[in-house]
Each structure stands twice: as C-alpha cells, then as structure tokens.
Design a protein around this ligand. Structure first.
Ligand code: NAP
Length: 286
C-alpha cells in the first residue's frame, strides 16, 4: 500500500452502478507498482453536475473514468473535449489540469492498441461490428479515423439506433464504405467476407439475459480475428468457438486494460505497467 499523505493524487470512476467496476483494481495495481502517490476509488453517482463541480474545486483530484450512464452527460460540464470524443458524443476519461476539466474517450484507441499488441493489421480490412451501442460507436469512430479500413459493417437490433450510427459515421468519413444489417439475420451473409469481427453487445455476459447469439460458428476460420467486448466470462462462447476454428482471438479484458492504460498515462505521465495490471485484474476475476 502507498502512504496516503497531503500530496496524494485522487483518481476515481463514477457511474451508476459502479459496484462491478474493475478499474480500481487495475489502476491501483499500476500506481503501487510504480510507487506513484496516487489512489483510485469508485463512486456511485447520480448527480453529475455536483460531482464535477466538486472535482473542479479539489486540487488533488487528478482524473476520472466515466462509466454507464454518464458518458454523455459529463460533456456539458467540461472545458475542453478532444475532437474524437466530440464526434463520438461520449467521454470516458477526464483529466483535471490547472483549473480545467479536459475530456476524452479511450475506448476506441484502447481497442486499436489491443489489435496492435496482438499484431493484427486493420487498415484495408473489412470490419464487422455486432451491436450498435455506445462502445461500438466509440470503436467504429476511432477505427474510421485512425486506421482507414476498407469497409465497416454494423449489425444492430434497434433500427433507429443503427441508422443514426451509420449516418453519423458516413457524414464524418464519406470516403469509407459503411454497411448495415440486422443482428441474427445478417451474420451468415457478412461473416465470410469480413476478416475482423467485433462483438459489442452484452450477450454472453454473466448476469445478463439468457439471450444467445445465433452465430454461424462454422463460417469462422483462421482468416478471422474475433474480439468480444464482454470480459465476464473471460472466454465467451464466441471466443471459445472462434479459437477452436483457428481464429485469432482478443478478449474484452485486453480492450479494458488498453483503454485503462491510456487513462493511466494521461493522469500520471508514466507508461502503464500493463502486465502488472493484467495480473491484478485476472486475479480479481477468478
Ligand atoms: P449499450 O450502449 O447499451 O449498447 C448495447 C448494444 O447491444 C446495443 O446495440 C443493443 O441493442 C445491443 N443489445 C443488447 N442486448 C441485446 C440482445 N439481447 N440482443 C441483441 N442486441 C442486444 O452498451 P455498450 O456500452 O455499448 O456496451 C456493450 C457491451 O460491451 C457490454 O457488455 C459492455 O460491458 C461491453 N464493454 C466492454 C468494454 C471493455 O473494455 N471490454 C468497454 C465498453 C463496453 P439496442 O440498440 O437494441 O439496445
């Protein structure tokens, strides 16, 4: 444990609920291993305005992770927002610098780093997303902005949400080819033609509904890389089946760790000790 004193910097996650959050385990393991005088806590918050006023007025409150349902609501209370977070329309990270609150979103870039660490090239590839929610939105914008894929296809459940996401992407990235389809109806059509598959619904998550993904596993092969954003359990049915068929797989935990590493670097100015953070979170998940 670090010795908490008058110089200790505070970082925290806010959300509602936050009881499930692994962020305190990840960040505190990182702070302790580098001997940084930082501590990371979790706060269950409903009043975002008061919370951010409090942060702004507290000199030693260095950074925040924002989780569901506050990623959009915090935007109004920030002084500056990184362009990518503005395009996505959600902020998952706040840096308190001087008397300013600066917002960004590390979900997309973190996911990109998870692919890079797994040595998977994304440029000129066809990328298939399952789900059209906040996390897919963040990752799709970052991929379109940074890696220039040949095509992005998004399969959703609710037409209005899917169409809004596709039209926002087309507006910002007119040079990229976007397609849309409905989950559980379009998988057989799209799986063979896409090299990268990113599962971004809560299906398969512990404690979620009993809904199952009607996924044509037989169409998977070594030409595919599959990332499942769900990390409880660490190896979902999709990842298990994908591995069995020779696909490269990336767990949701790698995505979680990489987005946390970017936050850690922003708040501390130090490279995140990823292996130490991974060990700590794997232990917590057992
Ligand atoms: P979200 O904004 O609520 O979006 C969820 C998406 O999944 C929506 O498109 C939703 O469809 C769809 N969906 C939900 N239940 C479904 C079902 N039974 N059948 C078909 N589609 C369904 O959530 P999110 O923030 O994007 O998060 C999505 C998942 O990613 C969650 O499991 C979350 O824990 C995980 N996640 C992981 C990380 C990580 O670091 N590994 C980071 C962020 C999120 P509708 O549009 O019809 O509601």
């Amino acid at each position: 444990m670090i010795n908490i004193d008058v110089n200790t910097q505070l970082c925290a996650v806010i959300g509602h609920p936050v009881r499930h959050s692994l962020s305190p385990v990840i960040h505190n393991a990182g702070f302790q291993s580098l001997g940084l005088n930082y501590v990371y806590l979790a706060f269950d918050i409903t009043d975002v305005d008061s919370c951010l006023r409090g942060m702004r007025s507290m000199d030693g409150f260095r950074g925040m992770s924002i989780t569901i349902p506050h990623k959009e609501a915090v935007i109004t209370f920030l002084d500056e927002i990184e362009p990518i977070a503005k395009q996505i329309g959600s902020v998952n990270t706040i840096l308190h610098e001087g008397n300013k609150l600066l917002g960004t979103n590390t979900d997309g870039k973190g996911t990109l780093n998870a692919f890079r660490r797994a040595n998977v090239e994304l440029s000129k590839k066809k990328i298939l997303f399952l789900g059209a929610g906040g996390a897919v939105r963040a990752v799709a914008f970052a991929f379109a902005e940074i890696v220039q894929p040949e095509q992005i296809t998004i399969l959703g459940r609710t037409p209005s949400r899917l169409e809004k996401l596709i039209s926002d992407l087309k507006y910002v990235f007119p040079h990229i080819y976007f397609q849309q389809g409905y989950l559980n109806q379009s998988l057989e059509e799209y799986v063979p033609s896409h090299e990268i598959i990113i599962q971004g619904t809560p299906i398969g998550m512990e404690g979620h509904s009993n809904d199952r993904l009607v996924f044509p596993f037989v169409l998977l092969g070594p030409e595919h890389t599959v990332l499942d954003m769900v990390y409880r359990p660490l190896y979902t049915e999709l990842l298990y089946e994908a591995k069995k068929r020779g696909c490269k797989i990336i767990t949701g935990l790698e995505m979680l760790l990489e987005q946390a590493a970017l936050q850690f670097e922003l708040w501390t100015g130090h490279s995140a000790p990823l292996n130490i953070m991974r060990n700590a979170v794997e232990k917590a998940l057992k």
